[in-house]
Design a protein around this ligand. Structure first.
Ligand code: ZN
Length: 681
């Protein structure tokens, strides 16, 4: 719930003064297929790290990559077997690599790599292969039994009986995460977080019994477990830990965490790595909470990481964490920006446009920093967030605070790769607006992420006795809207000029224009024709943009609409007539959504969602898709990682660790499968 995923970032210049110098010749583009573009990101300032820090970063990167198979298996129970089979066909193939079937096969494999399984990483719909079943059967036929990834005791024929429909039949395992509340979301989701025959009602009952009413420090139930039926039909947890499910991968992770612990920067860091290892050994969620507290409270270390079962978007019930890892180090220069913001957190809280009853008297330790990502893995790879705010546990956030990070080199890579892609010329209304986007979108977009993460999510409070889950299935979208609105309201505040973060009182207009354009139009590029909007962040953005569009009618200066959709040469454009009034409207909606959250007003929240966030105008949707198709801008992007190579002396001691960017997409994926697959060996 606490992460920002990138919107489509426009092709603007990076003009932020405090930027680390970027290499203008760095090649960001790696691969392009289906609806995906793969990029690489640069790791600026890697060379300033000490040898000890490089070692730590390397060991943590090893721990990160060792978890890859876990996520693949969580995403679907045949994913690892399918990956092995597809890669075997791909590498052994000796026919015409330009034939239609092989090209289609290659595209499918690249999609599967990107989705960490047979479903799309974002829509969670199953991929549709465009090669024939005959091609597939013929290629499998060329592989000897010994080289087939057969399950224990499985014959070649049995394997094909299982996998052919899983790959080719659209009705089998159709969606990884089904959130249609009119169905049993556990039984109808294809992910592998629940065993065969387990129903939603059974799982809800199982965990309801486990919880203690009135427990003020509850563990995150179900976070690290698969729920299955035992021989007598009772539900039991199969925990993810050293001697449990995914043990062989967890053993490797523990090994490399232990190596990292030995070169930790300080005792506080050593202490939380030890705690994390203990948690991986036992699977005890109390230890995970203890680790999370120690981690959140460490704001001194330069090198930092996330490694574990963290975000629960992959579970239709929002409980089980998908395995992920980020390894990073602090971007000292840019961090001064977020440190300024977070050290003024109480000022922002006290001046927010919400009812004072819903404000926090004391904002609890929000630490914020800007980081340079050095390794992305698991659920953060290849598609990644650009901001993270953890831990997720509500009571830990309330009592101990949270840590918020902005991944600046990732944002920068998106930005640089977008430069000159024609987006602004196609979708931005006029030259003066394009100019302000060119000059200020990069910095205000970063600021939006900072404000959303460090202040937005941490702001406000519930009235006594209000259930934190009262907004139910709309909770995520409304929470994202609340954080976005907090950021939108403050990105236009003169306080940012006073703090020396912005140098132009109109800079915020860049962010406002982009936000409205995205929420009203361009994010529709991610939706298939005829579909509603489902994903929480997209619902949030459309809710905010449409609400402002409707509630700003005739409210702008001179009785004009605050914002309108106008036609130019038959094309639709967003036109903003009154920016200051728009800020006021963002403030009004923030006050209303904060009220809904603080009072636990389910109906109020649901009315907003249903009225503004879900439905799509089919005509405008079609226009957006048509205009995008001419630009060939992919709706989704992700990254491959750099390669870290230890340099040894004659005694086997590491004397340096070099960084390089030598691989293309397929090479990296095949190397990961070869060197980092403890669950398929
Ligand atoms: Zn958020």
């Amino acid at each position: 719930m606490k992460k920002i995923i990138p919107t489509l970032i426009l092709g603007t210049m990076a003009t932020l003064n405090s930027q680390a110098v970027v290499d203008k010749n760095f090649n960001y583009h790696v691969d392009r297929f289906a609806d995906i573009e793969v990029l690489r990101y640069e790791v600026p300032e890697y060379d300033r790290l000490s040898l000890n820090q490089k070692k730590m970063l390397y060991f943590l990167s090893q721990a990160a990559q060792m978890g890859r198979d876990i996520l693949w298996d969580q995403n679907g129970k045949y994913n690892l077997q399918i990956r092995q089979l597809l890669e075997k066909i791909y590498t052994d193939y000796n026919g015409d690599r330009n034939s239609a079937d092989f090209k289609a096969f290659e595209k499918y494999l690249k999609q599967v790599w990107f989705g960490n399984g047979i479903h799309h990483h974002y829509s969670t719909d199953k991929f549709t292969p465009e090669f024939s079943q005959d091609f597939f059967a013929a290629e499998v036929g060329k592989i000897s039994d010994a080289d087939l990834p057969l399950a224990p005791g499985q014959t070649r024929e049995e394997m094909m009986q299982v996998l052919v429909p899983v790959i080719f039949d659209p009705s089998v395992m159709a969606k990884r995460v089904n959130q249609d509340g009119t169905q049993d979301v556990v039984a109808t989701s294809a992910s592998n977080l629940y065993g065969d025959g387990v129903t939603q009602a059974e799982v809800e009952d199982f965990y309801a019994k486990m919880k203690t009413p009135g427990d003020e420090t509850p563990v995150s139930y179900g976070l690290n477990a698969k729920v299955v039926k035992d021989a007598s039909g009772n539900l039991v947890e199969e925990k993810y830990h050293l001697t449990g499910l995914y043990g062989p991968a967890i053993a490797e992770i523990i090994y490399w965490l232990d190596m990292a612990k030995n070169v930790a920067e300080n005792d506080a860091q050593k202490a939380y790595i030890t705690k994390l290892i203990d948690y991986y050994i036992t699977g005890d969620l109390r230890l995970f909470d203890e680790y999370s507290i120690l981690w959140a409270e460490d704001t001194k270390s330069d090198i930092d990481f996330v490694n574990g079962f963290i975000e629960s978007y992959g579970d239709p019930l929002g409980m089980t964490g998908s395995w992920e890892s980020y390894v990073n180090f602090k971007n000292t220069e840019s961090s001064s920006r977020t440190e300024t913001i977070s050290s003024n957190a109480q000022w922002f809280e006290d001046h927010s446009p919400v009812d004072p009853r819903f404000r926090k008297d004391k904002v609890k330790g929000v630490s914020a920093k800007v980081i340079t990502a050095a390794m992305l893995a698991g659920d953060a790879f290849p598609s990644t967030a650009i901001g993270i705010n953890l831990p997720n546990s509500n009571w830990i956030r309330a009592q101990h605070g949270s840590k918020s990070v902005t991944l600046e080199n990732i944002t920068e890579a998106y930005e640089m790769a977008s430069h000159g892609n024609g987006f602004n010329e196609e979708f931005v209304i006029d030259e003066p607006t394009r100019k302000i986007l060119d000059d200020y979108l990069y910095i205000t977009d970063m600021l939006h992420t900072d404000l959303h993460e460090c202040l937005g999510h941490a702001s406000g409070r519930l009235l006594p006795g209000v259930d934190q889950d009262a907004l139910k299935e709309n909770g995520s979208a409304l929470e994202e809207a609340r954080a976005d609105l907090f950021a939108l309201y403050y990105v236009a505040d003169p306080k940012l000029l006073e703090l020396g973060i912005l140098d132009n009182p109109n800079a915020y207009q860049a962010e406002y224009y982009k936000y409205m354009l995205n929420g009203l139009m361009t994010q529709l590029n991610r939706i298939e024709p005829g579909n509603d909007i489902e994903e929480a962040h997209m619902r949030n953005r459309q809710l905010v943009a449409k609400w402002v569009l409707e509630n700003g009618r005739k409210k702008g200066k001179g009785g004009k609409d605050v914002v309108e959709l106008v036609k130019k040469n038959g094309k639709t454009f967003v036109k903003i007539n009154d920016y200051p009034k728009m800020r006021e409207l963002f403030g009004n909606l923030l006050a209303e959504i904060q009220r809904i959250k603080s009072e636990g007003d389910y109906k109020g929240g649901n009315d907003l969602i249903q009225k503004y966030a879900v439905k799509v105008d089919p005509k405008l949707h079609k226009e957006v898709l048509d205009r995008f198709s001419k630009l060939d801008i992919p709706p989704y992007r992700g990254f491959i990682n750099p390669v870290y190579t230890p340099v040894m002396d004659g005694n086997g001691e590491i004397t340096d660790i070099t960084i390089s960017y030598p691989e293309n997409y397929s090479e990296q994926m095949l190397r990961l499968s070869r060197d980092y697959s403890p669950l398929t060996k």
